[in-house]
Design a protein around this ligand. Sequence first.
Ligand code: ZN
Ligand code: ZN
Length: 392
Amino acid sequence: MLDPQKQAVIEEVDRLRPELLEVSRFLHAHPELAFEEVQAAAFLARIMEEHDFSVERGVAGLTTAFTATYGSGKGPTIAFLAEYDALPEIGHACGHNLIATGSVGAALALKALLGEVAGRVLLVGCPAEEKGGGKIPLVESGLFRRVDAAMLFHPSNRTEMVKQALGMRDVQVEFFGRSSHAAATPHLGINALDAVILAFNNINALRQQVRSDARIHGIITHGGKAPNIIPDHTAALFYVRALDIGYLDELYEKVLGCFEAAASATGASYHVKRAGHDYHPHKINYALAQLFRQNLEALGGEVDQGPEDEDLGSTDVGNVSRVVPTIQPTIAICGPKVSCHMPEFAVAAASPSGEEGMLLAARAMALTGLDLLRDRDALHSVKAEFAGGKRP
Ligand SMILES: [Zn+2]
Ligand SMILES: [Zn+2]
């Protein structure tokens, strides 16, 4: 049996249930791409205002970012992160409608206890997780300096408390050659397409010598104009990923070497450009993950056993986790054959199991927030692990 304050948090989520389902369904029915989440951000900000949060829109220069704050400066500040961007063609196939609503639910439920415990609840509306890293300018704006711990969940096909995330760096390369007739005067041309193909082949050779946590993958974004013209301009976009930033730096240098070699072999010149900022690996906080786990299990949630899932992606939550203790547990909403970024996952994100998973996450996050607000030792061990990098 949970104590009366925890019971009150759960009852608050139950009371909010119809409203939370409406939020989740609205977001799901109006998918918007990264940095274009105009309706989602407006809808969420309005909900928070209706619940007496003070809302700031357009935070950190991002039109679709916002913050919603409730409570005094006394006591710790607990942040819940809302993501709400969707994917091209397949809508909410990453279930960010559930992420946003889970965080809204947790923030509103924890707010209900702020008369009894001191603290502040912050909902951070974070645009563009899928592309562009909307949390990166939010981190750089200093927003998280006044935050003691941050949370969000991710729907998944497994329930896991700790999920590593790879650091990621994008790089765009352009090769410049010289056009000429591909049949009549090939000897006068410099083939920029060969350069980009060699860049891929060099990276394929490099791939055999990289650590198992590393990933390098790319596409050709411009490959020439016609078969009878030696291409004078080609371009490709690559992502380089690894579990630690030091190794990411090392790999990135090697990828640049692959471009250099391709240029040298063909006589093309080349130019390298970064489109975005690094997504950082997630700095795990086991103490915070353990608090969440206890609450989840007290609510009847079951954590998947067995080895940690090795299907790793990247998220800008990693950048937040570098400046404040942050967790992003996953909650199962579908079977193992469906995973995020599949059209079937978008269906799961609007299904009863998706909605129940989201409500469970909202309850467990709110309870974890309550633990941090009223139990100094709990907050201390989370912060000590963050500061010392040591697992308790
Ligand atoms: Zn995604
Ligand atoms: Zn996602």
